[in-house]
Design a binder for this molecule. Structure first.
Ligand SMILES: Cc1ncc(C[n+]2csc(CCOP(=O)(O)OP(=O)(O)O)c2C)c(N)n1
Length: 314
């Protein structure tokens, strides 16, 4: 990676990664205090994947994400306040409080949806890519999914069709080395997720997902290929899930982790940037932004029960 790429994107990467860290830290606190209803899956430790991929996209591109998707949405430019409102079930949330953490969507910003179904977003991204191809919009679609999802039928069916149809899509596997409580080596056959691309005759690359520069460089290549009509690629970002599978996992904590945690992606970028004072300034700004967003989201009204059947399509 050239220094100019780091200069161009580095401060924004650092900002967005800090935003994600504080945003999710506030969710962990809320959960611990019993103020967050339902299940929440955090991406702390995985911020570089979201920042590196989303900074390679254009405004008209689209993403699909998973049950663990706050980082993708924040990196795509969704605002912390309506996201927090959505997660808290408030009327001012992106989906008027009816979606919650696992179903945030914002079509205007190209976030077609989080998804509680493991592997569910992968075929959706193919549909989005085909629509872009058909309409000649010039856009591409990115599917984010976990290592666990890479053994789902949806993954294999989608890669097969995407390769056949040269769909403008990038399939990003965020390999955080666990599917719930099972380490990937006990769940995934063969030489790894990236190698699965060979079965469909498309490029498959594995990168260090803690290193935002490496993620971004690989993403740019895949995105440019897709946009230029060169078809889809598979990108495996090997990263670390620092928190449990979901918050409140205390029954299992410490019982299944075997490998040590990877490096902190924020520390890595901070060291690469080598700009004393930048991190402290951005930390203060982002901490404040998230605190304000949380206060506003908490003060927002609950949805009116009379609207319960609005926005219901099936
Ligand atoms: C089709 C389906 N099967 C099982 C589940 C239960 N489940 C929720 S998350 C999860 C693990 C997914 O692992 P991975 O794809 O690696 O994503 P990660 O949680 O590591 O981000 C499972 C099995 C589900 N939600 N959907």
């Amino acid at each position: 990676m050239s220094d100019s790429v780091l200069e161009q994107h580095g401060p924004e990467w650092l900002r967005v990664m800090l935003r994600i860290r504080f945003f999710e830290g506030s969710l962990a606190d809320l959960f611990e205090r019993g103020q967050l209803v339902g299940v929440v899956h955090l991406s702390i430790g995985q911020e570089a994947v979201a920042a590196g991929i989303c900074s390679a996209l254009e405004p008209g591109d689209q993403i699909t994400t998973t049950h663990r998707g706050h980082h993708h949405m924040l990196a795509r430019g969704l605002e912390p306040e309506p996201m927090l409102a959505e997660i808290l079930g408030k009327a001012t949330g992106y989906c008027r409080g009816k979606g919650g953490s696992m179903h945030v969507a914002c079509f205007e910003r190209g976030v077609t949806g989080a998804n509680g179904i493991v592997g569910g977003g992968i075929p959706m991204a193919l549909g989005l890519a085909l629509a872009a191809q058909e309409l000649g919009s010039g856009g591409i679609a990115v599917a984010f999914f976990g290592d666990g999802a890479s053994s789902q039928g949806t993954f294999h069916e989608t890669l097969n069709l995407a390769a056949l149809w040269r769909a403008p899509a990038v399939f990003v596997c965020e390999n955080n080395r666990y599917g719930e409580f099972t380490p990937t080596e006990r769940a995934i056959a063969g030489p790894g997720v990236a190698a699965r691309a060979a079965g469909y005759g498309i490029p498959g690359v594995a990168v260090d997902g803690h290193d935002v520069q490496a993620v971004h460089a690989a993403a740019l290549e895949a995105v440019e290929r897709a946009r230029a009509g060169g078809g889809p690629s598979l990108l495996e970002c090997v990263t670390t899930r620092v928190r449990g599978h979901h918050e409140g996992e205390e029954n299992y904590a410490g019982t299944y982790r075997e490998a040590p945690l990877g490096p902190d992606p924020i520390d890595l970028l901070d060291a690469a940037l080598g700009q004393p004072g930048l991190r402290a300034r951005l930390e203060a700004e982002e901490r404040e932004l998230v605190a304000r967003a949380l206060a506003a989201a908490q003060a927002a009204p609950d949805p009116d029960p009379a609207t319960a059947l609005e926005d219901v399509f099936a």
